[in-house]
Ligand binder design. Sequence first.
Ligand code: SF4
Ligand code: SF4
Ligand code: SF4
Length: 202
Amino acid sequence: MDKRAMPPFAVCGSLFQLVRCRGCHNTVIDPADVAKTIIDALESVEFEKRLAARLNKPRPLHHELMHLAIAGCPNGCTQPQIKDFAAVGQVVVDAGPGCTRCGACVKACPDDCISLGGDGPVLDRDLCLNCGLCLKACLEGVLTAAGRGCRVLAGGKLGRRPRLAATMVPVASREQVADSVRECAELFLARGRLAYCLRTGE
Ligand code: SF4
Ligand code: SF4
Ligand code: SF4
């Protein structure tokens, strides 16, 4: 494979940097579609024009830009945990009737979240990352997608005071992703680096 064609893809505005994965066979969302949603939302609040006015300098520094990421699944290849704003693909798996006890879902789960009970698969919701690998492995159609969307994360950063992003919305629809990015953009514009604002709880 041509390495230049491999993920991640980056979209750089003058005052934000967004990186998204290609969306390999593991993806449970369309990363390009989520990227469009996020960029449209930033444009709807005139993010770059307003941040340029706030910073009022010809060459803003790296840490003054807003950093965003999209990952097609919980593997998080674009490092969403250390971004100001991120969207990570999620599929909420549900179990219906008809299990043949083949065990394919148990083998497919990398996190040992599934056990087979008398009535079929039992998912440990506390451990499950909503990656959907078990869903793809079940050829009987017992496992289904009860919900699909993005985990919205905000407030992650490295640098002088590193911290991991916190979850804003566990499984957000496209509209909720747009609302969340607008909310974070307003915080960023009002108070500077979002991570700092969230850390201090202002
Ligand atoms: S985040 Fe998931 S979908 Fe995106 S490249 Fe990595 S493994 Fe594939
Ligand atoms: S969605 Fe992923 S983490 Fe959750 S049970 Fe299925 S394979 Fe395991
Ligand atoms: S893969 Fe499907 S049929 Fe097989 S044990 Fe899991 S739920 Fe049952």
